[in-house]
Design a protein. Structure first.
Length: 255
């Protein structure tokens, strides 16, 4: 089936995965605005590091939007990366996308995980678990998964991504801590989804992220491209109360 992503491009996608692109075409869904911003603002970039890729559609759209682009996806769920590969193999296009089923965080090692019900998204096992607003599933036995850092990825890469997208279900701050040297030394463009409720599960909050980005020399913008230049403006990020899609640029760059 040929599907169009807004006015950006058309692609072939299996019928049973049509829902992946449908939500990005729904004007009432915030992800529709998110992907338009992403494609427009990153139009001059060539290599995406997609952290928490789900079924990889941001990486797919990044590569489909403009030829000769590359992407690397970190997504711990094999179910989701299998769907990504199915979309890539079905479409008649030369994708340059690689992936790993590792988690991304602040350290290199092994971790346990839980699964957020109804979404098939994996989360690293957390310190605090009494948040009734988040419905989780627990595996019958502990299974260890690999975890690495963005800094480690950059240290071992010959070609360095110039744009990073992070969507890691509340592990946002930890992923940023593990990217500190990358952000300071290489200054990639950063698209960050902040999960206000999920952050609490890891004893972090939005202020931690705001302060960290200031420390490494980045400025935040909300999905409407409004600059967030003081902590009192942080509420502008949360258009639906729980999640915020942010654009983060080095201080010497502007939208």
């Amino acid at each position: 089936m040929i599907q169009k992503l807004q006015n950006h491009f058309s692609m072939s996608i299996p019928d049973h995965l049509k829902w992946v692109i449908d939500e990005y075409n729904d004007d009432n869904n915030i992800v529709s605005k998110e992907i338009s911003n992403f494609l427009e603002i990153s139009k001059d970039k060539s290599y995406l590091l997609d952290v928490g890729g789900f079924v990889g559609f941001m990486a797919i759209a990044f590569c489909r939007y403009k030829e000769n682009r590359n992407a690397f996806v970190y997504e711990p769920s094999e179910i989701n990366t299998n769907k990504m590969n199915e979309i890539i193999n079905y479409d008649d296009y030369n994708y340059n996308i690689n992936f790993s089923n590792s988690f991304i965080g602040s350290k290199v090692g092994r971790v346990n995980c839980v699964e957020e019900k109804n979404y098939n998204t994996f989360m690293i096992k957390f310190e605090e678990n009494n948040n009734a607003q988040i419905q989780l599933g627990y595996p019958e036995k502990d299974t260890l998964y690999d975890i690495t850092t963005i800094d480690e990825f950059y240290n071992n890469s010959e070609v360095l991504p110039d744009v990073i997208k992070i969507d890691v279900e509340g592990y946002d701050y930890n992923a940023l801590i593990g990217a500190k040297n990358t952000l300071i030394n290489h200054k990639p463009m950063l698209f960050l989804e902040i999960h206000k409720l999920h952050l609490r599960l890891y004893n972090n909050n939005v202020r931690d992220i705001y302060d960290f980005l200031n420390e490494v020399g980045y400025t935040l913008y909300n999905i409407r491209k409004e600059k967030i230049d003081k902590i009192s403006s942080i509420t502008k990020l949360f258009t639906d109360g729980t999640e915020a899609r942010c654009i983060c640029l080095p201080n010497n760059q502007t939208l």
